[in-house]
Ligand binder design. Sequence first.
Ligand SMILES: [Fe+2]
Length: 186
Amino acid sequence: MSGKFYARFSVRNDDNSDSYLRQAHRRMELHNDGTYVKEKTDWVIMQKILELNVEGGGSLLLHLDDWEELEKFHSHPVAKEDIQWGSPSSKNIDYKTSHPIFIEKDGDLPIISFIDQFAEPANMTQGLYLYELGESLERESNTYNIKLNEGSMLIINNYFWLHGRDKFFANKDLHRELLRQRGVFI
Ligand SMILES: [Fe+2]
């Protein structure tokens, strides 16, 4: 999506891209968008244009306030340390960025910017923290699994809501078309 206002893409049964989003048979773990770019990403619109022969693949959503172990990870010494973030070539971002997992200003309620796939921990302490945080999110029972109908959209505040996607059941004719838009509040 870099340099554009939107991205349109397909999910099919077979895929050899470097994008987890397009790999149908893996669960795309809970994350925030824009983690590895310098610009802010306050909101995300996720639209489903087309869906054929799809079983599974529900949209996963977790509000930060519903995460049972939020305080454990928010109060951890690594929570406010800078983490380095990189991205694969398909993202067309030729730099790395760094910021903490929890990005609110002092005294504000927590907001989060996290994606397991693109974190580049500098040491074992950061690595273990990131691993355990990801495991905690994935076992959270307050995560919604929503079936989004064709022609519908989800609009989320990107720093309050973590999102992901459940895996699909294999079907050689599986086809899903999606549209993404992201932006900032001004
Ligand atoms: Fe995403």
